[in-house]
Design a protein around this ligand. Structure first.
Ligand code: NI
Length: 258
């Protein structure tokens, strides 16, 4: 069944019909979802969702655009909940230089990226990376931080070149791909989805954002990954069943879910 490796079902865009929608996913072929934190509140929300629904697991972490919520106390909260039942990763963490132009704040992003990554290494947790307009620096930092460590790392919502993808894969990273791959103009991402080793591919929604064609611009949900599967099956010339089966196996290994 479909494994959505990156979703935000705690987002207010799901307030109206969250329970109904989540209850409908199994019938739509979705077997597992990891709900990912962006700040402390949404990390707590992810924990709550994972306790309420069997098929939902949680990732806890602070997104580079939300690091203002991090201090020693909230960092301590993250640390203390990493081994809660159903917490499977630290994330999403990383660098976002698209939204942040101020070099002093970018320094803070670097600081908290490193602190959170080191925490994941200490605790042996998988890591979900958010990286936007910071390809080279994300690569350099990961190269240094991943050396001598075997924590699984995914570059989520991958948005860089095929060449860069090859470099991340050499480091040992997985590549997360979602709705964007169905967009007509996403030529580089289609190339990435076609060429990366099958065992490094993870499927994701990043919902409520980034719905695939023909739902582009509307609210996304895990059932729409079917359209991403169709696209990648076409690109790689293999069956949709094979894509679903292999990416589910990849995701289970990645998150350590039996
Ligand atoms: Ni996300």
């Amino acid at each position: 069944m479909i494994f959505d490796t990156h979703a935000h079902y705690d987002d207010s865009k799901f307030d109206e019909d969250r329970d109904e929608l989540l209850a409908s996913l199994a019938e739509a072929g979705v077997g597992t979802v990891v709900n990912v934190g962006c700040d402390i509140q949404s990390s707590q929300n992810s924990l709550d969702l994972s306790r309420k629904y069997d098929f939902i697991y949680a990732a806890l972490g602070v997104h580079p655009s939300d690091i203002a919520c991090l201090n020693e106390e909230t960092f301590g909260w993250l640390r203390s909940h990493l081994h809660d039942d159903k917490v499977v990763a630290l994330g999403e963490i990383g660098l976002d230089f698209y939204w942040e132009k101020d070099e002093a704040v970018r320094d803070k992003q670097r600081y908290w990226f490193r602190r959170q990554f080191e925490l994941a290494k200490e605790e042996g947790m998988s890591v979900i990376i958010h990286s936007r307009e910071a390809a080279q620096e994300t690569y350099e930092m990961l190269k240094e931080m991943m050396a001598g460590s075997d924590v699984p790392v995914v570059v989520h919502c991958y948005s860089y070149s095929p060449e860069m993808a090859a470099d991340f894969i050499k480091l040992g990273c997985h590549i997360g791909i979602g709705g964007v791959v169905t967009f007509k103009k996403a030529k580089k991402l289609k190339e990435v989805a076609k060429d990366i080793p099958m065992d490094r591919l993870l499927l994701e929604t990043d919902c409520p954002y980034l719905a695939p064609e023909p739902f582009r611009g509307r609210r996304n949900n895990s059932a729409l990954i079917a359209h991403v599967v169709d696209e990648i099956a076409g690109l790689r010339g293999i069956s949709r069943e094979e894509i679903i089966e292999k990416t589910e196996e990849n995701a289970r290994k990645f998150y350590g879910i039996a």
